[in-house]
Ligand binder design. Sequence first.
Ligand SMILES: [Zn+2]
Length: 328
Amino acid sequence: MFPSTRLRRYRKSKELRKMFSQPFPGSEKFVWPVFVIEGRNREIPIAAMPGQSRMTVDVLIKRLEPVVKSGIGGIMIFGVVENFQKSLDGSYSYRKDGVVQKAIREIRRNYPGLVIFTDVCLCAYTKHGHCGILDKNGDVENDRTLVSLAKMAVSHAQAGAHSVAPSAMMDGQILAIRNALSKAGFNDTLLMSYSTKFASNFYGPFRDAAASKPGKGDRKGYQASFRNLKIALKESVEDEKEGADILMVKPALCYLDIISKVKEKTLLPVAAYNVSGEYSMIIACAERGWGDLNGMAKESLMAISRAGADMIISYWANRYENIFLDKT
Ligand SMILES: [Zn+2]
């Protein structure tokens, strides 16, 4: 017998394939994570993340020009500081003249239409590299850390950030930051929570970029376990109750099921963070001649979008036009 259902009819020509295809996510759905350093006219390529660098603010302003022209929606700022600026409590993170605060002001001045997100976490600013303040046993002290995270978020809002994005995975961080923002008069600042952030093996290249590797131990004590689905989902549910405006799943590619499940449980926008390891492994594969770079990038971004992500935070964002040049 021959088949009566012939799905190949939908794919017969390029034109038919296009007609029946879901659209690719537009450039406005993308947020580009960037690493800013102190000083002027310096750009240090990140070996583990080809195509990405640590930049001083003046260089970033130049690099942003074509990226903004491509229509990307936003930028996510990470600060990278020198060792002498790090401390046990990470207090550099909420200085008015800190590197992130300066970057926010400059970006707003040059690109008023670009949505500015800032990462809110202490790990790039603490000597020990953990995401919070340690107690005498070396454990991260949740509630003392909340106070510092709130100060950091308010300082970013004061500098002009449109959205603050806490990533420390402390219990109650959304509520603490929401209250602090309201008290300081920032009722319109969006709060994007890294609500379900896993203790992942895919963060390696980022830690090189941000110089934020913990000196001792790991982050399994506060980041979600990829072997506990229910608690991972509850993290996002709780953050919504605490007042988050946007939820996030991080990483993205190994967690497409989680993106879909979080999406089913909320009416809030869901962001996905396509992390450094997910980016670098595609580049490494292409460099060995084992696959087409843009094709693999496009397919992975489409998967994240199809899983339900409304916004995609990705290192591919600064080459959106190359990746999606061929719209088929
Ligand atoms: Zn952190």
